[in-house]
Design a protein around this ligand. Structure first.
Ligand code: AMP
Length: 439
């Protein structure tokens, strides 16, 4: 019986796993220079963390959650995103007490949404994000947006556009909602079923509709910017000018509402510019300000701002830009023993070389030297270290450069030192070759 992967899931291995590791470590670096600590929360949470009373209008919570009853009869949900769980954790662990605010956390891990799988859209995907909780000024919103932008620069993804909007304060949103209701009342009969539901629960959500015919109608809808209070406008403008000061140009997009209901105030998204031959995978990341979320999950009245990147989408663009860098990943040395006794002895030789920091792979079975050398090449090893009976007797080994095919005989006693200089020479040669390639 063949068991298939669950629809919308994917496995990450070999070269892709290196790419994911690399992306994550760069993102962690950028979060760390902003003094963020890591937070890890469970994948499963009580469903009512996400469905907080009536009035919830987001597709993510309404239609896309993996919710089930556990053996104890509790309603459990696989997290569709991490922010709510982090708020729950801040409350459960009273992390806000005696802490200098804002709390600054970064996180990473899988999320689950029952969406229609397509390019850049999975049912299980990874997010990396940052949350600042206990924020008191536009400076923190601007810092988070800048953090995300720097993260993309550190990944070498320079063709990025940042879109920003403000959902305003409560009064602005109330006025805007009414204006939208009035406008859409004339069109709602012709719009999709989702929009009809959104019209009843939260007309702001209609702006996020992807149906082409509906977008035509949305184009002429009232703009949030005309309904923002003076305070909300000033806040947004402060964020925009702070970012400008550090060279980050943002584009105001009046229809940007984000996919979750808890956002208030400033919201933003990062998009890669269209790259020839690449699918448009949607936003690489996004986030915004949330004034009430911590309170809604039982915590104090502290505001927060956060962002999340989808690692799959970053990896898709990153692979296109840097993928070739990962083509030659392999061991420094492939250690070849030509009979069983030597293979057994190589066990401790490999151990010694690994303790010096070399990446070592080796053969576990007797095979011909030709086939083992072929294997070493297949594994992308830089060198093969060949030890046969004759070498063993003389206390020497043959080290073969698998790129230049040159071979040197090395005293076993000096091995670690010689390998060190061989690797340095090899890297210098690689740099030269790369330079010639560019020319
Ligand atoms: P959100 O939590 O909806 O604000 O999404 C934040 C980021 O997560 C998006 O910008 C995407 O990069 C990523 N993302 C959201 N949903 C998916 C999905 N179904 N598959 C892959 N990535 C996703």
């Amino acid at each position: 019986m063949e068991i298939y992967p669950v629809k919308g899931t994917h496995d990450i291995y070999d070269k892709d796993a290196y790419i994911y590791q690399d992306i994550e470590s760069r993102l962690i670096f950028v979060a760390s220079i902003h003094n963020c600590n890591e937070i890890r929360t469970p994948i499963i949470e009580h469903t009512n963390l996400f469905v907080r009373g009536v009035g919830e209008s987001s597709d993510i919570v309404n239609k896309e959650m993996y919710t089930f009853e556990d053996k104890g009869g509790r309603s459990i949900t696989l997290r569709p995103e991490l922010t709510a769980g982090i708020m729950r954790s801040i409350v459960s662990n009273k992390l806000y007490a005696n802490a200098d605010l804002p709390l600054k956390y970064f996180y990473r891990g899988p999320c689950f949404r029952y969406e229609r799988p397509q390019a850049g859209r999975y049912r299980q995907f990874q997010q990396f994000g940052v949350e600042y909780v206990g924020v008191s000024s536009y400076l923190e919103d601007a810092e988070i947006i800048a953090l995300g932008y720097h993260a993309l620069m550190v990944l070498g993804l320079t063709n990025v556009k940042v879109y920003i909007n403000s959902l305003g304060d409560e009064q602005s949103r109330k006025n805007y909602r009414e204006a939208l209701k009035e406008y859409f009342a004339k069109h709602i009969d012709k719009m999709c079923a989702d929009c009809k539901r959104r019209y009843e629960v939260n007309p702001l959500r209609i702006l996020d509709c992807k149906v082409e015919a509906d977008q035509e109608i949305i184009k002429d809808a009232p703009k949030m910017s005309d309904y923002l209070s003076e305070d909300a406008k000033l806040y947004l403008n402060n964020v925009i000018s702070l970012l400008k000061e550090i060279g980050i140009e943002v584009i105001v997009d009046n229809n940007l509402v984000r996919g979750l209901d808890y956002y208030t105030g400033v919201v933003f998204e990062y998009h890669a510019e269209k790259i020839e031959g690449l699918d448009n995978v949607g936003a690489l990341g996004g986030g915004g300000h949330y004034a009430k979320l911590l309170k809604e999950v039982g915590g104090p009245d502290l505001e927060g701002v956060g962002l999340a990147f989808g690692i799959e989408r970053l990896a898709y663009v990153y692979t296109h830009v840097h993928g070739s860098k990962y083509a030659n990943i392999g061991p420094d040395f492939y250690l070849i023993g030509l009979n069983q006794e030597i293979i057994d002895k190589n066990f401790s030789l490999a151990d010694m070389l690994r303790s010096k920091g070399f990446v070592i792979d080796t053969n576990y079975q007797v095979k011909s030297v030709g086939s083992l050398l072929k294997l070493a090449v297949k594994k992308n090893a830089k060198f093969a270290i060949i030890i046969g009976e004759e070498e063993m007797e003389k206390g020497r080994v043959n080290v073969k450069n698998l790129r230049s095919q040159t071979q040197t005989s090395v005293e076993l006693e000096d091995l670690a030192q010689t390998l060190e200089s061989l690797i340095i020479e090899y890297e210098e040669e690689s740099a030269k070759l790369a330079l010639e390639d560019v020319k």
